[in-house]
Design a protein around this ligand. Structure first.
Ligand SMILES: Cc1cc2nc3c(=O)[nH]c(=O)nc-3n(C[C@H](O)[C@H](O)[C@H](O)COP(=O)(O)O)c2cc1C
Length: 322
């Protein structure tokens, strides 16, 4: 349970199509976060015939940090049903897992135009009535068996104090705030200075809600400074992990990693994918995006990445990496 967790919390941010179970296992093997979020998974899709194509997003392995199931959608009834399936352990059992998720998080922050035009995710910033219904339905489904939290932004077109105040009035276990508006996407610096006001709102409206800051926090050391400065309960690190898989360490060996050590970590990732995906060769092109993380910062890295990009099979990839 989140409330039993020792704070401050250092959390790996959800990143769709990146922070799947395999990448989270690699990160945990380097320097584990206190908590991870799954990729976001659509409750309306999970309640449709497309369920089997989505459910892998909730897969995880005990070697990872404890996992929060991160969900989105539009239909409150589907939030209720999926929250019940998660809290009861039914979802975990369907995936063959013998440990359950430690929480359910509602995505109210994704700024994708395709998504927000439906009114979902950060579109909910403009519809507090629906946001309220979705939170209430999820809490009802979870029925106190598992905590419910929200990840959001600080406003839609501009910084909107009424939004964070509204959320603190929903009795959430945790609020993770990406300190940008929807309109700002990730194009401007995160407004870390907003934390002072948000922390004061939290303290006066809902002191029991854990407050987590997110946006441009590159590693544990940077995160600890923000935690100390604003007196918040934790930080969430996203893209920082691309520059340093040991971002959660506090004393990262990554800058001194040799070419071979970096290649070995990539090979570990590839072998984990091969053991997880039913048709691993279909992941070869997707592995290119991870190549930028591992195959970086040494002589010949660019040329090696070009060879990797040309591979069509896992066996070819492993042969290139020697
Ligand atoms: C590739 C990518 C995918 C993302 N997917 C999600 C997502 O599914 N759910 C979500 O709440 N945020 C998502 N985000 C936003 C991150 O969780 C995080 O809020 C954002 O990157 C800012 O943190 P950072 O500066 O530490 O990266 C995504 C970000 C990236 C770069």
């Amino acid at each position: 349970m989140l409330k039993d967790k020792k704070t401050p919390l250092f959390i790996l941010a959800p990143m769709d199509d990146v922070t799947d179970t395999v990448f989270r296992q690699v990160v945990a093997s380097c320097a584990p976060p206190d908590l991870c979020f799954s990729e976001f998974v659509n409750v309306d899709g999970l309640m449709s015939r497309g369920r089997s194509r989505l459910i892998h997003k909730l897969d995880w392995r005990p070697i990872e940090a404890p996992l929060v199931a991160h969900i989105w959608g539009l239909n409150p009834d589907n939030f209720y049903k999926i929250a019940d399936q998660i809290a009861s352990g039914e979802m975990a059992r369907e995936l063959g897992l013998n440990k359950n998720y430690v929480g359910i998080d509602l995505n109210m922050g994704c700024p994708s135009k395709q998504v927000i035009k439906t009114g979902a995710c950060s579109g909910l910033i403009n519809d507090q009535d629906l946001a309220k219904e979705i939170i209430a339905a999820t809490k009802q489904g979870a029925s106190n068996r598992i905590p419910v939290s929200v990840k959001t932004r600080i406003g839609f077109n501009s910084i909107d104090e009424s939004w964070t105040q509204f959320l603190f009035n929903q009795d959430l276990s945790m609020l993770s705030v990406h300190l940008r508006t929807t309109k700002e996407m990730s194009l401007v610096e995160a407004h870390l200075d907003e934390l002072k006001r948000i922390k004061a709102e939290r303290d006066s409206i809902s002191p029991a809600t854990l407050l987590i800051a997110n946006g441009d926090i590159k590693d544990r050391i940077a995160g600890q400074k923000i935690i100390d400065k604003y007196g918040i309960d934790g930080v969430m690190i996203g893209r920082g992990i691309f520059n340093d898989p040991y971002a959660f360490s506090g004393n990262s060996p990554w800058p001194e990693f040799s070419r071979q050590q970096k290649i070995d970590l990539f090979i570990k990732h590839i072998k984990l994918i091969a053991g997880w995906q039913p048709d691993p060769d279909r992941s070869v092109k997707r592995l290119n995006k991870y190549a930028k993380i591992y195959i970086n910062g040494f002589d010949g890295a660019k040329e090696l990445r070009e060879q990797i990009a040309a591979a069509n099979k896992i066996s070819e990839l492993l042969a290139i990496l020697g």
